[in-house]
Design a protein around this ligand. Structure first.
Ligand code: SF4
Ligand code: SF4
Length: 276
């Protein structure tokens, strides 16, 4: 055989090969659909039995449909309660009701409201400050103010206001709970969307001390407790707490006499205020 013919056919085969590989690489890049990372996370919380009891061909397919909102979070009949709760956390919804969860900052003690115990010049991180005496704010229960929660929010759903308090943008919050998890003061709580009324304080000091550390602290006077039906608001170690099983789903502030205006409503057009 002519040597030239062999070289030409080898070169053209090689060229064609290169052309096809380049085409496949471009198509792969263009048509690539990034898989939602939550599918793998949900998979990890499933027993992996592939029994089909959920109505889907296998655990992977069930996980995909949970993330796409087509399957119920508790739809796996052989999963444990812990597993179902973990899936609810991944999906940012309440495990029992399937309701959307939103982060709520349970503190109003920013730079303007809290007394200072001195100047803190250590590492500007809430966790570090918490371990090294608590930053410069006197309240031992409230927000420290260095915005670690804002830093860990993957969805830009938080910012620090000019009072150095975090603010949650409801529409952007996916309920992932990262902020609540990182906060060393447990000042951020995850609440179902139906919770409309809040007491924005986390301080358990005695009335005398709480008054001294923050002008917005709940002072544990009990006025709100007496303004509602028994059990709707309870006192928990000097701090008023709303019992959401029976109260707090309607944005009505129970008393206008709360001396520190600790109540706040969220997700409601208007606030109806009634006197005790
Ligand atoms: S809410 Fe917690 S994490 Fe966020 S700024 Fe305050 S102390 Fe830091
Ligand atoms: S980290 Fe961001 S998205 Fe996640 S719960 Fe907190 S505010 Fe919402």
């Amino acid at each position: 055989m002519d040597i030239n013919a062999i070289v030409i056919s080898m070169a053209s085969m090689g060229g064609l090969g290169l052309l096809f590989s380049a085409g496949l690489a471009i198509a792969n890049k263009k048509l690539y659909v990034e898989e939602d990372a939550r599918i793998a996370e949900v998979m990890e919380e499933l027993p992996g039995a592939n029994c089909g009891g959920c109505g889907y061909p296998g655990c992977a397919n069930f996980a995909e449909n949970v993330v796409n909102g087509k399957a119920l979070i508790g739809g796996c009949p052989v999963n444990t309660d812990d597993g179902a709760e973990a899936i609810a956390r991944i999906m940012g919804v309440d495990a029992e009701t399937g309701e959307r969860l939103i982060a709520r900052v349970i503190c109003r003690g920013g730079d303007y409201e809290t007394a200072k115990k001195g100047i803190y010049d250590g590492i500007q991180s809430c966790t570090a400050a918490h371990l090294m005496g608590g930053g410069d704010r006197l309240c031992e229960y409230g927000c420290i103010g260095y915005g670690e929660c804002v830093e860990v929010c993957p969805f830009d759903a938080m910012y620090m206001n000019d009072n150095n308090l975090p603010v949650v943008i409801d529409d952007k919050c996916t309920g992932c709970g990262n902020c609540a998890e990182i906060c060393p003061r447990a000042v951020i709580e995850m609440h179902p969307e139906s919770h409309k009324l809040f007491i924005l304080c986390n301080n358990h000091d005695t009335p005398k001390v709480s008054r001294q550390v923050c002008i917005r602290a709940c002072v544990g006077c009990g006025l709100c407790v007496r303004a509602v039906e028994e059990g709707e608001i309870i006192m928990d170690d000097n701090l008023a707490k709303i019992n959401y099983d029976t109260y707090g789903r309607v944005p009505v502030i129970p008393t206008e006499k709360c001396s520190t205006n600790a109540f706040e409503t969220f997700g409601a057009e208007e606030t109806s205020e009634v006197a005790a």
